[in-house]
Design a binder for this molecule. Structure first.
Ligand code: PLP
Length: 368
């Protein structure tokens, strides 16, 4: 039987290189709570990404929850239905009402043309996603946020190392939130981060991820336990040494798909957006009416060949039971997101995907 090809597979650095990190942890017995590896990783990531401040957290979802807390966001937040469900869940965990707005057909991100109409006196913030690492319309979203006095927090879980107009994509808005989950371009098994602009905000995040504790006798906020531990931080330091090679491998795979799938009827892939250095985190295609199979037919056929493509993001977040009764989730409100969710399919892409394995995927798409 052929080997299963997953949609993604984590890169793991050589095991022997982990040993030195573990020895230090065993020796110092500092396992968590702002330890030396965590501080080193915060510094190295800020430098690598080209951003002012990085706070590390236990995972991306807690990082989103803490980001909202740190900015004091309440009421309503405008967000996209076309994302991983954690984007909107982070709002519910803060007692915030999500307001879904449709996406742009080219970027597949929150459509700035439709954001203003969704603003009410209760709106406190906009939470766009750089889906697949493709930049949202950062200029127009910032313009709208400024004009209406709203906070702007990016779910940048897919956008590690993405550069836009020669600078980090993560420098926009009030904060950007990253995920270092096993399925992401850069992983610490589980992990996440908040990128923020100033030292004071970083301090607030520091309190919030550690129960709100400021010192032995002072608790300043109802914080949570959102800390990243030293083992995760060590994995991150090691991973960072390989990240450029990993992204380069992804770039090659992306290029082969684009060359080999060009001209397959009914298959459309997303253009690389202008002035963007991608991280090649995903390879989404749209399966249109011109293809021999429906999207689900193609998904099924790939499954039969042990290729686990994924329908990211179908169903829309707004269709899940805890969201579908919101007025903004109504069937006719999100036509672009609905069409895209029905056509999208993410193909396997990860550093260890071999050319032969990729040919197996391409063969099915060409009708083989
Ligand atoms: C992965 C992901 C998250 C959640 O991150 P975790 O680290 O898994 O908690 C949030 N938003 C998006 C868009 C994601 O893809």
């Amino acid at each position: 039987m052929a080997k299963v090809i997953p949609v993604t597979q984590p890169f793991l650095p050589p095991l022997d290189e982990l040993h030195a990190y573990l020895e230090k942890i065993w020796q110092d017995k500092c396992l968590t709570n702002n330890g030396p590896f965590l501080q080193q990783l915060e510094g190295e990531l800020a430098e690598y990404l080209g951003v002012p401040h990085v706070s590390l957290l236990a995972n991306g979802t807690i990082a989103l929850v803490v980001a909202m807390q740190a900015l004091g966001i309440k009421g309503e937040v405008i967000t996209t239905p076309f994302s991983f469900v954690a984007t909107a869940h982070s709002l519910l965990w803060n007692g915030i009402k999500p307001v879904f707005v449709d996406i742009d057909p080219v970027t597949l991100n929150l459509d700035p043309n439709k954001v203003e109409a969704a603003i009410t006196p209760q709106t406190a913030a906009i939470l766009p996603v750089h889906v697949y690492g493709r930049p949202a319309d950062v200029d127009r979203l910032q313009g709208i946020a400024d004009a209406h006095g709203l906070k702007l927090v990016y779910d940048a879980a897919h956008a590690f190392a993405v550069r836009h107009r020669g600078a980090s994509l993560l420098g926009h808005g009030d904060m950007s939130v990253l995920s270092f989950h096993a399925t992401k371009v850069f992983n610490t098994f589980e992990g996440g981060a908040i990128v923020c602009r100033d030292e004071e905000t970083k301090r607030r995040i520091y309190f919030l991820k550690n129960f709100g504790i400021a010192d032995e006798v002072t608790v300043v906020a109802p914080g949570i336990n959102g800390k990243m531990n030293e083992f995760q931080a060590a994995l991150g330091l090691l991973q960072l040494k390989y990240i450029d090679r990993c992204i380069a491998k992804r770039r090659e795979i992306d290029k082969v798909y684009r060359e080999e799938l060009a001209g397959v009827p009914g298959i459309q892939f997303l253009s690389i957006l202008p002035e963007t250095e991608s991280n090649y985190a995903y390879f989404p295609i749209l399966v249109g009416p011109g293809h021999a199979l429906t999207r689900d037919g193609l998904y099924q056929k790939l499954r039969e060949r042990d290729i686990h493509a994924r329908r990211y993001f179908y169903p829309l977040i707004s269709d899940f039971p805890m969201y579908r009764d919101l007025p903004s989730a109504a069937l006719d409100k999100l036509p672009v997101a609905r069409r895209v969710a029905d056509q999208i399919l993410c193909l396997p892409i990860y550093p260890d995907l071999t050319r032969d394995e990729q040919e197996r995927v391409i063969d099915v798409l060409r009708g083989g």
